[in-house]
Design a protein around this ligand. Sequence first.
Ligand SMILES: [Zn+2]
Length: 191
Amino acid sequence: MMKHLPRLLILLVPCLAPAGELEDLLSGSPTLPFAAEFDCVNAFDLFASFASLHCVASAGPPNAGDAERIDRALRKLRHHGLVTAEEAAGTRVRICPLMNGTGLVPAPGRILLDDGLRNMGDELFTEILAHEFVHVRQFEKLGTAEFKCAYVREMSRCGGCQDDGHPLEKEAYDLQERVRALLARIAEEGG
Ligand SMILES: [Zn+2]
């Protein structure tokens, strides 16, 4: 989903910082009153908020083709039973520049896709969207706080990985690969 170092540093803070030290480091930062209780949810939110802010603030003028493109991909995923009508209706998808990676689910029912995908084919766009829908479901299934903590915990455990070594990512990559194979097969068959 994303490259690692800056996010890893943020995510590791609640795991590694000795009690009170973060608060001490951030003393004199009145905008960070939560420093004493900074936890895994905060770690996720800090990164997700920063990435979302960057994405939306640097998005530029609305791109006329975005809605159509998202709709095409959603229709394809729904057609193959990979996203339900309810999920499609309950999820807001936005295309804007991500600092790294191709997609992000910063909050329940919200998907950000990198604007670099505008220059890619529909197939890649669709498989990435399928990947992000897995995270939307994980939010739903685990609950918001538990998803955020599990994501941070697993990422810290595997040294910052966001590939198959991260169980929540593995589930998403597994579906992404299935979608890729499915779309390739359809293209081959001329459908
Ligand atoms: Zn992912």
